[in-house]
Design a protein around this ligand. Structure first.
Ligand code: GCO
Ligand code: MG
Length: 411
C-alpha cells in the first residue's frame, strides 16, 4: 500500500473548546495525512466525554484501518461491554463521523454520495421564534418567514413564571445566567399556567401567519401523558407539523396514551442514544418524527439504521439542531438529510457564532430556509486547532426546573 492510501490511524485528538459554546471535537489522523472531524459534545458534561475518549477510546483506535467504520463502531459498542449511555454513544459518534469524513476524502466524494446519493435538492429546516409575549414571538416568526423559512418553532414566555424554556430575557445564552460561579440556573414551572396560555400562541399564529407555514412547538418534557394528550387535542385546529417532547419517555408506552387521543403529530428523540430508546414508539407508530442527533445517537452509522428502520413505519427523521451541536454535527446531519428517503425536517438555529466561524469552516449554505450541501470530499468541515486554543472551555450547566413548591421537575 502506498503511503498516500494508507489509512492506518496514527492519532486521535480530542479538543474541548468554547467558541461561543463548549464543543468536544474529535480529529482522527491517518498515516496518509488524511484526517476527519467529528462532534462528541454532551452539553454540560463535556469533560466526561473528552476523558472517556482520551483515556479509553483513543488507545484502541491507533493502528486500525480508518476504512473499517462498521467494525470500529461494533468494537466500541459491543466491545465496551457497558453498552449505550450518553457519554459512550457521543464518543462513538465523534469517532464514527470523523471516519466517514476520512472515507469521503479518500474516495474523493461527499459523504452523501457514499450513503446512496441525493434524494432531494436541499435540506428543509425549521427556525426558532422565541419571545417574551405572543406578539413578540410572532414578530420574530414573520421576520423568519420573510427570510424564506417555511417552518418555524414557536415558544413564548409563560405569563406568571419568572423564566421559561428558550426565553433568555436579554441574555445571550446560559453561560450568562451562571455568572462567576457556574451552577445550573433554576427555572420555575407550572403546568396550569402553561396550559392556560399556550393555545393563544397558536391561535394568534394562524391568524397572523396564515395556513402555509409549518409550525412546531417544544414542550421540553414537562407534561404527563394525559396532559400531553389534552394539549395535542387543544392544538389540533392549528395544524402543527409536530409537538416535540411532550412527555419524557423513558417509558416508551407513554406515547401510546398521547396517540390514542390526538391527531397532532408527535416528535421525540434528542436525548436518545440508540435505536433501542425509540424502537417501540417507532414500530407501534406512536410518533411521526424521530429527532435523534448524529452526535448523541452513535454517528452516521447508527443514524442511517434509525432512519431505515423508521421508514418502515412512516416515521421521518427530524434531527436535533440546537446551538450546543458543532458544525461537524450539522454537516453530518446535512449529508444524512439530503440522502434519507424518509427525511422530514432539520432543526436550524444558524451555523454558529462568529467565534465558531474562526474555529470551524464548512461548505453548507442556507438559502430560503434550506441547507444546501457542498460537494467537498468527506463532510466539508475543517477545524483550526490554534484558533480553538484561543477559546478555552468554560464549565457550564443547563438549567434545572422546579415546580412552584420546590419539587424538582424536568427542565
Ligand atoms: C431543541 C432542544 C434544545 C435543548 C438543548 C440541550 O429542541 O433544540 O430542546 O434547546 O434544550 O440542546 O442541550
Ligand atoms: Mg427540543
Amino acid at each position: 500500500m502506498s503511503k498516500t492510501q494508507d489509512l492506518t490511524i496514527t492519532d486521535v485528538r480530542v479538543i474541548v473548546s468554547s467558541p461561543g459554546r463548549n464543543f468536544v471535537t474529535v480529529k482522527i489522523v491517518t498515516e496518509s495525512g488524511l484526517y476527519g472531524i467529528g462532534d462528541a459534545t454532551v452539553n454540560g458534561r463535556e469533560q466526561a466525554v473528552a476523558t472517556y475518549l482520551r483515556e479509553h477510546v483513543a488507545p484502541c483506535l491507533i493502528g486500525r484501518n480508518a476504512h473499517q467504520i462498521e467494525d470500529i463502531w461494533q468494537y466500541l459498542y459491543k466491545g465496551v461491554y457497558w453498552r449505550k449511555g450518553p457519554i459512550n454513544m457521543a464518543a462513538i459518534a465523534g469517532v464514527d463521523v470523523a471516519l466517514w469524513d476520512i472515507k469521503g476524502k479518500a474516495a474523493g466524494l461527499p459523504v452523501y454520495e457514499l450513503l446512496g446519493g441525493k434524494s432531494r435538492k436541499a435540506v428543509t429546516t425549521y427556525a426558532h421564534a422565541t419571545g417574551e409575549t405572543v406578539a413578540d414571538t410572532l414578530d420574530k416568526a414573520e421576520a423568519l418567514i420573510a427570510q424564506g423559512f417555511t417552518a418555524v418553532r414557536l415558544q413564548t414566555a409563560v405569563p406568571g413564571l419568572d423564566a421559561s424554556y428558550g426565553v433568555l430575557r436579554g441574555q445571550k445564552d446560559y453561560f450568562e445566567q451562571q455568572s462567576s460561579r457556574p451552577l445550573p440556573p433554576e427555572e420555575p414551572w407550572s403546568t396550569r399556567k402553561y396550559m392556560n396560555a399556550i393555545e393563544a400562541l397558536f391561535r394568534e399564529a394562524r391568524a397572523r401567519l396564515g395556513d402555509e407555514v409549518a409550525l412546531c412547538h417544544d414542550v421540553h418534557s414537562r407534561l404527563t401523558p394525559i396532559e400531553a394528550a389534552r394539549l395535542g387535542k387543544m392544538l389540533e385546529p392549528y395544524d402543527l407539523l409536530f409537538l416535540e417532547d411532550a412527555v419524557a419517555a423513558e417509558n416508551q408506552d407513554s406515547y401510546r396514551v398521547i396517540r390514542d387521543h390526538t391527531t397532532t403529530p408527535l416528535a421525540i428523540g434528542e436525548i436518545y442514544n440508540t435505536i433501542w430508546d425509540c424502537k417501540e414508539m417507532i414500530q407501534n407508530q406512536w410518533i411521526d418524527y424521530i429527532r435523534c442527533a448524529t452526535t448523541h445517537a452513535g454517528g452516521i452509522t447508527a443514524m442511517r439504521r434509525i432512519a431505515d428502520f423508521a421508514a418502515l413505519f412512516h416515521v421521518r427523521i427530524a434531527p436535533h439542531g440546537a446551538p450546543d451541536l458543532s458544525p461537524a454535527c450539522y454537516a453530518a446531519q446535512a449529508h444524512l438529510g439530503i440522502w434519507a428517503p424518509n427525511f422530514g425536517i432539520q432543526e436550524f438555529v444558524g451555523f454558529g457564532s462568529e467565534a465558531s466561524a474562526e474555529v470551524f469552516s464548512h461548505d453548507l449554505t442556507l438559502e430560503n430556509g434550506m441547507i444546501h450541501v457542498g460537494d467537498s470530499p468527506g463532510l466539508g468541515v475543517d477545524f483550526d486547532e490554534e484558533a480553538a486554543a484561543r477559546h478555552p472551555y468554560k464549565r457550564s450547566y443547563l438549567p434545572v426546573s422546579r415546580l412552584e413548591d420546590g419539587t424538582l421537575w424536568s427542565w
